[in-house]
Design a protein around this ligand. Structure first.
Ligand code: NDP
Length: 330
């Protein structure tokens, strides 16, 4: 019999959800061909939704939450991975239909795992986490659209959050002139340190939008959705583009077709969960080249499995700044 280990477990009975620390063993894990010792996970907005039950992220109970993890391979039935390999997994149904990262061990499918680049430690991988990897997907989409630093200012909404903080850091280091939109103007010096040249109050973008406004930004990365995204679309310059990945304000999009048909603006949809492996590899390679470790440390706090439930409700209230690493085991 294998040794017992710790995991956070969400259970649901008669519509009531509970979250408990439990002890399980290898046999309790779900199917997969690679067994991983999980060293770190993170707290993303979606983890907040899953743990609090605010949105139906979890599709089958009981469920170990945690939409991502980094770890070390303990054993693998697939020759692509060997004992000792350092790996990362983002999404692919973790915490939805497959046990997630808030556990000292995980068993997963080899086709969902990615070997970590040499220069990114397990802890740094989860400082980046799904929020940071999604920020990179957003940056890649902006670049692929052909938007260059000289084209003008790039707006990042939800700026003090996880996706926002990493997006500002990446864009500014790539030479873009970044404007940050935040509801926390008290975080202006934090946002400036990450690389935002200018900071605006998010209320400027939260009222119902006119079909078109003054052309302000060459592009944008939006993790907020709703009227914020509508206002951004209405103020992106001719031929510009917006990477849209989130719904922190809401899932609605009260916009018109005017930005698309009169200004040729593009709305670039970003999904990290089912993104194909080739795109993931590209994103993690670029993260290994472009992530600024000093800025990453500036935006990160550490927590433990025991503390994660408290922070889960904080992140939904917009109270968490930057990124949260969940230390699982060293
Ligand atoms: P965070 O909570 O860390 O960041 C969200 C930020 O949005 C907050 O920090 C806040 O920034 C801003 N915000 C919060 N509430 C509101 C509101 N009511 N109106 C306007 N702005 C608001 O979350 P993450 O960075 O982890 O995720 C951001 C979003 O991206 C989430 O919706 C998440 O689900 C989504 N996401 C999607 C992915 C995908 O694959 N498509 C992957 C990862 C994340 P500030 O205080 O600076 O205004």
């Amino acid at each position: 019999m294998s040794e017992k280990f710790k995991a956070l477990m969400i259970e649901k009975e008669d519509d009531t959800q509970t979250v408990n620390m439990v002890e399980i063993e290898d046999n309790d894990l779900m199917e997969g061909n690679v067994l991983v010792k999980i060293t770190h996970s993170t707290l993303n907005y979606k983890d907040g939704l899953a743990i609090t039950g605010a949105s139906p992220v979890v599709r089958s109970f009981p469920m170990i939450p945690g939409i991502d993890f980094s770890g070390i391979v303990l054993s693998s039935e697939d020759k692509k991975f060997s004992e000792g390999d350092r790996v990362v997994l983002n999404g692919y149904g973790l915490s939805e239909s497959h046990f997630g990262g808030y556990s000292e061990k995980g068993r997963v499918k080899s086709e969902h795992l990615l070997k970590l680049p040499e220069n990114i430690s397990n802890k740094q991988a989860m400082a980046i986490g799904t929020a940071g990897y999604t920020a990179m997907l957003c940056v890649l989409a902006i670049e692929d659209h052909g938007i260059k630093p000289d084209d003008g200012v790039i707006l990042v909404s939800g700026a003090s959050g996880g996706v926002g903080s990493v997006a500002i850091s990446l864009l500014s280091d790539l030479g873009y002139n970044v404007e940050a939109s935040t509801g926390r103007l008290e975080e202006t010096s934090y946002l400036n340190k990450l690389g935002a040249k200018t900071v605006i109050e998010r209320s400027e973008l939260s009222e119902p939008s006119r079909p078109l406004g003054k052309e302000r930004w060459a592009g944008a990365i939006d993790s907020v959705g709703s009227t914020t995204l509508a206002n951004i679309l209405a103020q992106v310059s001719y031929g510009g583009a917006v990477s849209a990945c989130g719904l922190a304000q809401g899932m609605d999009l009260p916009s018109t077709v005017m930005p698309f048909i009169l200004r040729g603006v593009s709305l670039l949809g970003i999904d990290s969960v089912m993104a194909p492996m080739q795109l993931r590899e590209r994103a993690w390679k670029r993260l290994s080249e472009n992530i600024n470790i000093n800025k990453l440390e500036e935006m990160t706090i550490d927590t433990s499995l025991e503390q994660v439930e408290v922070l889960a409700s904080d992140i939904l209230k917009g109270k968490v700044r930057g990124r949260v690493i969940v230390n699982i085991s060293e």
